[in-house]
Design a protein. Structure first.
Length: 121
């Protein structure tokens, strides 16, 4: 064994980190923390319903008012939350396949299953 080879570990759970671990955490810990505030002024709870699809009773303008932000700032938060979640899901899927080229197919399958479970066709 190479004495210089070291395996980096996730500081949150101790799991082995993939080569390009975002934020130095394993995909599982990143997914678990997707709704956790990343800085003191961050309130993802105000925009999380648009990630989960549970926002039908609340408008983005309502969220903006509640958070003390402009409508555009809320739209940007929602966009960033969705992008971050998409990256985390792709990273988690990449841990389950042997060939990185399989990730898009696995992601499409996951979306199809998720949509079917929610009644979308």
């Amino acid at each position: 064994m190479n004495e210089f080879a070291s395996t980096e570990r996730c500081p949150a759970c101790g799991a082995e980190l993939p080569a390009a671990a975002p934020q130095g955490l394993c995909p599982r810990c990143l997914l678990l923390g997707v709704a956790a505030p990343t800085d003191p002024g961050d309130d993802p709870g105000g925009t999380k319903p648009w990630l989960t699809g549970q926002s039908s009773d609340r408008t983005q303008a309502d969220a903006a008012c509640q958070l003390g932000l402009r409508d555009g700032a809320v739209r940007v938060r929602i966009h960033r939350l969705r992008r971050r979640f998409r990256e985390l899901v792709k990273a988690e899927i990449a841990q389950t396949v042997q060939d990185p080229a399989e990730v898009p197919d696995e992601l499409r399958h996951l979306i199809a299953v998720w949509g079917a479970a929610r009644g979308y066709r």
